[in-house]
Design a protein around this ligand. Structure first.
Ligand SMILES: Nc1ncnc2c1ncn2[C@@H]1O[C@H](COP(=O)(O)OP(=O)(O)O)[C@@H](O)[C@H]1O
Ligand SMILES: [Mg+2]
Length: 308
């Protein structure tokens, strides 16, 4: 079943300038992106910094209004709903952010942080609310007695778990996880990722997983969309993308992954040179005269590539 359908969305930000502070140009942060999420899957958006991944995620939860295109959730067109009309769907779509240090209000107690969405959407008694918060704290592996503590009393990984607990209380269907482990120590990244996978099974969640770390994306995602300058340049199963990349940008992204083993490092440097050369030679095959990627074309049942 298709849970979310994003069709040809564009998000342009005005650039103002000149004496009268008029709009002189636009940043085409997202410039014609389409993909679908099937219920229960994890879809990864990967690409270098500034490619439009976060803006895509934020457009879906309406932190940004789209300039064009449509966003359909469970068959309902959400694109132009007002804040009020959006309310029933805001419960269903939650976003987890990268930085557990800045996304939690430092002046609020854990109880108030986790209870906030419940207070906005449901009417429950104070006792009931505390019970729910404690139950979610326990589920994310934190002590239920820590409800009166403040964010600074927790480690980075624990703070991210508080953020996750907060996003779960309304029983969402879709979670947009924007680089949820990028700010964490490598040693706790795997823990949080495995935990997100456990939650997915337990709560039948669908994930849109945003990241730049190809290792993390590969570990988490069933299907992957590769973004470059506001466009998707390739989409496929993890297998398609990692074993059979077709777009020169995807190949370059793969070649850029640092390799820790000394044996692989030498090979990687060779590969990187080869890919950089290929990139130069084939650039005009893969991008139009304005440097814009073409629309995606299917090359198999699961695999699409931006080709002329
Ligand atoms: N609120 C904003 N106003 C203006 N430009 C923005 C805004 N948010 C993002 N951008 C620009 O849009 C582009 C895409 O950004 P973003 O979606 O954050 O990329 P990513 O998450 O892939 O790193 C960047 O060029 C960024 O500077
Ligand atoms: Mg981002």
């Amino acid at each position: 079943m298709t849970l979310l359908k994003v069709e040809d969305i564009k998000v342009y930000f005005p650039i103002r300038g000149g004496l009268f502070h008029t709009v002189v140009d636009h940043v085409r942060a997202v410039d014609g992106v389409s993909f679908e999420l099937q219920k229960g899957e994890t879809y990864g958006l990967v690409g270098e910094s500034g490619s439009g991944k976060s803006t895509t995620g934020k457009a879906i939860v309406k932190l940004h209004q789209v300039t064009a295109g449509t966003i359909t959730f469970q068959g309902k067109d959400l694109t132009y709903l007002s804040r009020g009309e959006m309310k029933p769907f805001r419960k269903d779509i939650q976003m987890i952010f990268q930085d557990p240090y800045s996304s939690l209000n430092p002046k609020k107690r854990v109880l108030d942080i986790i209870a906030e969405p419940i207070r906005n959407f449901e009417r429950v008694s104070v006792t009931e609310e505390r019970k729910i918060v404690q139950q979610y704290l326990e589920r994310v592996g934190l002590n239920p007695d820590s409800i009166y503590k403040y964010p600074h009393e927790f480690s980075g990984g624990q703070r991210q778990r508080i953020g996750i607990a907060r996003s779960l209380t309304l029983k969402p269907k879709l979670i947009i996880a924007d680089e949820p482990v990028s700010a964490l120590d490598v040693s706790v990244q795997a823990q949080v990722l495995n935990f997100l996978q456990d939650l997915q099974k337990e709560f039948q969640l669908t994930y849109l997983f945003v990241g730049h770390d190809l290792g993390v994306i590969r570990h988490m995602c069933d299907r992957i969309g590769v973004m470059y300058r506001g466009r998707l340049v390739e989409e496929g199963t993890s297998q398609d993308i990692y074993k059979n990349p077709q777009h020169i940008y995807t190949k370059r992204l793969m070649a850029a992954v640092p390799d820790l083993s000394p044996d692989a490092r030498g090979q990687k440097i060779g590969l990187r040179k080869q890919v950089a050369e290929e990139y130069k030679q084939l650039y005009s095959t893969f991008f139009d005269e304005n440097g814009r990627a073409y629309d995606l074309k299917p090359i198999s049942a699961t695999h699409k590539v931006a080709l002329p």
